[in-house]
Write a protein of this length. Sequence first.
Length: 371
Amino acid sequence: MQLLSWPLPAPRPLSHVFADPKSLALLSHAEKVAPSEAGILIVGETGTGKEMVARHVHNLSARRNRRFVAVNCGAFSESLVDAELFGHEKGAFTGALGAKAGWFEEADGGTLFLDEIGDLPMSLQVKLLRVLQEREVVRLGSRKPVPIDVRVLAATNRPLEAAIRDGTFRKDLFYRLNVVALEIRPLHERPGDILPLAQHFLCKYGERLGYGEVGMTGDAERKLVSYPWPGNIRELENVLHHALLTCQDSLIGADDLHVSAPPEPALPPKLAAAQVDDEPAQALLERAVLRLFEQEHEGVHEIVENALLRAAYRHCRYNQVHTASLLGLSRNITRARLIQIGELRVNRRKAGEPDEADTATGEPRMFAIAI
């Protein structure tokens, strides 16, 4: 059994913790833009280390000796986020017993990190844009602007371009925040970071617990590297913290690393498609119906019946007679159901007009005239 023994100095700087080539390229880019006052948008899955990168940028800037304030935009209710970000005056709302500075004022002269910026309500996005442009805030319940000197770094775990298309995020605010974009890859895509991060967390929590040297076996190290880390850095941190609490004689073994069971590897697209093609049609149908049950849809019977009727109608190239025959129904019932689900419109033709043959059924076509 190989024993890896690590001393416990102070936690290492980010440039020593991110060691994978992908991460080194990201840090190189961050170091170039950090001394500027440019807005930076950090994009990555939850738990990938977006705040760590934001702090790294702050520490490389001229504001390094001033405050770094981190705020999660999704942590407050819509009614409170205005007051939290921009402050409020006494009596501005029920419970406002005194005036209070917001996070922008608290970060004056330093850096404000707005995490999960995509969760900010649209009404607040307008106010945030104005604050960034005018470099002043107006507290809730006040008309007096307060000048601020803050560098804003933002982060999101979802693509804001899609939110812009959905109408839930302002395009002008996106461009204001996204002067520089830093994308952090998931931890499983940068395995070179796993062991340096593990050492970082062992130092961090070992010092808090008053431990001396902490050892890790080779099996434990290999388990860390081979695990896919769906929870990213946050999951790694929790696993190492727990391992320190339960290990014996300051030695972490593979059994001390409590990770979730690794997910089954996904099939390549071609193999997955082949597997679906080989599966009996009835089994596919049963799986689809079970999924409807699991999603707690109401009226599953009607949903399935309507889908069956639509599929049969299209399969029969919109021929009502053939559709009725395929489903074992009478033509009148089939026609009534197609009208009910919107596949056929109820129409009337003007009196005396000649009928026109319906190309699908060979029967008179009904002209669309408002009833």
